[in-house]
Design a protein around this ligand. Structure first.
Ligand code: MAN
Length: 350
């Protein structure tokens, strides 16, 4: 076992019962995968809230937003041979996929980093328009100068892409549209420019040739991206054999840019690994985890909405300590800390 995470004793920090659903006819199934930032001396979480509709016996019901942004409920008979409901996250009916839940993002703050509360001052963020009609998910937050860049997964029947909104005060947001077109997710922008260019990780999927790999892109303005290079691929027989994707913005260390990423097997077991990139040219990989730095071993990481998952897209760094927040079993928000030195040792970097 190569797990070097120090799990918080109060885990899980947040469970679905801790906050209220967005509408009376919705039920929160999952609180997961928070973006993390500091604001006015507090720790802020942008938690993904996945909600489903009430279920009736003999039926599978899924929510979709109609063109005017209102939730509509579709019902399928559980015995219908055209229905495939073997995955808790997505069902297929007669060739069309439907999400069992729809996600929005909720802002929560904390003074101590473990007890989080909502405030009416900071409303929830919902999907808007035709590219977000199945909701928005897994937001990364990067602070560059005085602006927060929110990169998140836009989901709709058009596909899964990466959206960008910016804010300075968490009340007013500027929508910058889709910055990486489908199929793409897991986008994290670096928090400082390198040689006057912005950099971002992203994760396109190429179903025939290639796969679900982590890529790096450059930009002159943080909005328009190009010069893509492939950074890390799946590895047969390892914890990241089926897919992988970047966590939050990378951490600048003396030895290089440190990225924490998730890697999954075809059985959908999600672990975390680390990759170290050259400080001056982040397209150069210096080192990569052979074994995971974190595995789903705690009870709340193994059992829940979608078990055997640890997934991160947010952290705060203080000195040698990474205070990482993560989704466990796609149902709970948890916290763990890592020592940067220890991760570098795990990468055989001294
Ligand atoms: C995908 C995403 C994540 C989720 C994992 C595990 O990578 O949808 O939001 O946490 O799967 O289910």
């Amino acid at each position: 076992m190569s797990d070097i995470a120090n799990r918080n004793k109060k885990n899980p920090l947040l469970s679905p019962k801790d906050i209220e659903a967005s509408e009376d006819n919705m039920i929160i199934d999952c609180l997961l995968n928070p973006g993390v930032f500091e604001f006015n001396g507090k720790t802020g979480l942008l938690v993904r809230v996945a909600e489903r509709t009430m279920q009736k016996e003999g039926l599978v019901s899924v929510p979709v937003y109609n063109d005017s942004g209102k939730v509509e409920i579709l019902h399928f008979n559980i015995d219908d041979p055209k229905l495939d409901n073997t995955d808790a996250r997505v069902i297929n009916y007669d060739g069309t996929d439907y999400l069992t839940t729809i996600s929005h993002l909720r802002l929560l703050f904390s003074d101590d980093g473990t007890t989080f509360y909502e405030s009416e001052e900071y409303p929830a963020i919902f999907g808007e328009g035709e590219y977000e009609s199945y909701g928005i998910e897994d937001c990364r937050v990067a602070k560059i100068e005085d602006t927060y860049y929110l990169t998140y997964t836009m989901v709709s029947t058009n596909g899964v892409g990466v959206g960008l909104r910016t804010t300075k005060d968490w009340k007013n947001f500027e929508k910058k549209g889709m910055i990486f077109s489908p199929h793409n997710k897991d986008c994290a922008i670096f928090e400082e420019k390198i040689n006057n260019k912005y950099y971002a990780f992203h994760r396109p999927s190429s179903p025939e040739l290639g796969g679900n790999y982590i890529w790096l892109a450059e930009s002159p303005d943080g909005i328009h991206w190009g010069n893509h290079t492939c950074l890390a691929k799946t590895r047969e027989g390892k914890f990241d054999s089926k897919r992988l994707g970047a966590g939050a913005a990378p951490i600048k260390t003396e030895k290089g840019w440190l990225m924490i990423y998730h890697g999954a097997t075809k059985e959908n077991r999600y672990c975390l690994g680390a990759i170290l990139l050259d400080l001056d040219d982040p397209s150069k990989v210096i080192a990569r985890s052979v074994e995971p730095i974190m595995e789903p071993i705690a009870e709340y990481e193994q059992t829940g909405f979608f078990g055997n998952v640890v997934f991160t897209n947010g952290h705060i760094v203080k000195g040698d300590t990474i205070k990482m927040y993560y989704g466990a079993s796609d149902e709970f928000v948890c916290k763990a800390s890592f020592s940067i030195k220890e991760i570098l040792t795990h990468l055989n970097i001294s």
